[in-house]
Design a protein around this ligand. Structure first.
Ligand SMILES: [Zn+2]
Length: 219
């Protein structure tokens, strides 16, 4: 286990790859441990997740993708969609997760943006804020966008731009692990590639992933 680590906390089993996949692969290559926590198995809310895919399949796919990225762990919290906050409370997950985060002392936590149109993505953002607020050593929290390329709120928030030119291909390879959603991944992939390309061009890189710093004391 490395001294240095980052966490990705997201709603569904492919968000960690769609959002900060290239960044995660880059950090892993640099010897930073990447841990992923996934709120739910994502049965309902992703429009591109169609058909009845078993939970086991989803877990397997997420683990396979994580292996390609070079991540250290994927943890599913198994919360019911639409009820993340309730589930966090009922299962005493705030206490458990905060304990783990206090032990591991991540440098950064990546999570969904508040601009995200999906309620479960925004709920995850708020849960991360609540978790970090009471941590002993506070990590920097960064948000990523999947659907909304143009951030409507807080455009002037400090940014983190990660050059993912060398790991963009790894991200694509990891995304293709989500076979149960293959059709949908194929649909969303060109968009993700375009965003990463545009963010790259804007910053003089081939590909880049862009994040915004989250002010955890702000409601
Ligand atoms: Zn999602």
């Amino acid at each position: 286990m490395s001294e240095r680590c980052v966490y990705i906390i997201c709603a569904h089993s492919d968000d960690q790859t769609l959002g900060p996949g290239g960044t995660a692969a880059k950090y892993a290559r640099e010897g930073i441990d990447v841990h992923t926590i996934i709120m739910s198995y994502g049965e309902f809310s992703h429009p591109w997740m169609q058909g009845h895919v078993t939970v086991k399949t989803r877990v397997k796919e997420a683990q396979k993708a994580d292996k390609i990225i070079g991540g250290k762990s994927v943890t599913f919290l198994g919360l019911k969609e639409g009820e993340f906050e309730k589930g966090m409370q009922d299962k005493h997950l705030y206490i458990k997760l905060r304990k783990k985060l206090n032990e591991r002392k991540p440098e950064k936590i990546f999570t969904h943006s508040l601009n995200d149109p999906l309620p479960d993505h925004r709920a995850t953002h708020n849960i991360v804020k609540k978790l970090v607020k009471k941590m002993r050593t506070k990590p920097a929290v960064y948000s990523f966008d999947i659907w909304n390329v143009i951030a409507i709120r807080k455009r002037n928030r400090p940014k983190l731009v990660v050059d993912t030119s060398d790991t963009f291909k790894i991200k694509v390879k990891a995304l293709l692990c989500f076979k149960s959603q293959r059709l949908s991944v194929y649909q969303i992939l060109p968009r993700i590639a375009l965003y990463n390309l545009l963010d790259g061009i804007q910053h003089g890189m081939k590909f880049a992933e862009k994040f915004r710093r989250v002010d955890i004391d702000e409601d």
